[in-house]
Design a protein. Structure first.
Length: 249
């Protein structure tokens, strides 16, 4: 009887260890390309797949490494879904740019009108610099038109990304009124989302990710203001399925 009892206790102990192990898998690296066995493949094309990213500091990746910014992470994830094609990414963005600055830069640089994918993330500096909201109401649609023109004239090749909320950063907490910042950011995003929905343009919300910045400091770059590499990873996680669908056309 004693032998049977010992065997039963040993079996229970091993079963418990096995159960706990299966419920606690190793965490994946936050910066790994977003690829899974179930991920759809990007359609193989005969030429290089081209991507243009338009924006400001959130696109150029202020305070993170070049490969850490979201356009680079996005293209890396797409490459991992299609090893047959070459991919290229071009960025027209600079820290501090408003909608006016971006319009002027596009007009001056005159990029080609043949990109397979275009993203647009703009507006935070209109808010930060106190530019009248009417400027955004006028110039955001202008930028949409320009972006579509650069995307082969095909609006379904454009992804508009919502504006992050810097109120949820150490800098934002010490600058003005954080609640007012969030309210104003919401106003910009609401306008952009409504415009996109009314015109059949894809709009992806990432603002909620940045609103975890105070509770999860790893989402904020070392400058205490801009998104970190990890935050951009989560941006891209939402963008990849949409980008794949676009590139399958």
């Amino acid at each position: 009887m004693r032998t049977i009892l010992i065997l039963l206790m040993s079996f229970f102990f091993l079963a418990t260890i096995t159960s706990c192990s299966s419920e606690n898998p190793s965490a994946k690296s936050e910066t790994n390309p977003i690829v899974s066995d179930s991920s759809p493949e990007v359609l193989t094309q005969s030429a290089t797949i081209t991507y243009l990213a338009l924006g400001d500091s959130y696109t150029i990746g202020q305070s993170v490494c070049e490969s850490c910014r979201f356009p680079e992470q996005l293209i890396k994830s797409l490459k991992n879904l299609n090893g047959e094609n070459n991919f290229s990414v071009e960025i027209i963005a600079r820290t501090g740019w408003t909608t006016t600055n971006l319009i002027n830069a596009i007009d001056q640089q005159k990029p080609s009108n043949n990109y397979d994918l275009v993203t647009l993330l703009i507006g935070v500096n209109n808010q930060y610099q106190g530019v009248n909201f009417s400027v955004y109401e006028k110039e955001f649609p202008e930028l949409i038109t320009k972006a579509i023109g650069l995307a082969k004239g095909d609006k379904t090749r454009l992804i508009v990304v919502s504006i992050p909320d810097y109120a949820y950063t150490p800098f934002g907490q010490s600058f003005g009124n954080p609640a007012s910042i969030s309210t104003e950011i919401d106003r910009y995003n609401t306008f952009a989302k409504s415009y996109c929905q009314n015109n059949g343009i894809l709009f992806i919300n990432i603002t909620d990710i940045t609103r975890n910045g105070l509770n999860n400091p790893i989402l904020v770059a070392n400058d205490g203001l801009h998104p970190s590499e990890t935050a951009y990873y989560y941006f891209v996680e939402r963008m990849v399925p949409k980008a794949v669908a676009i590139l399958k056309k």
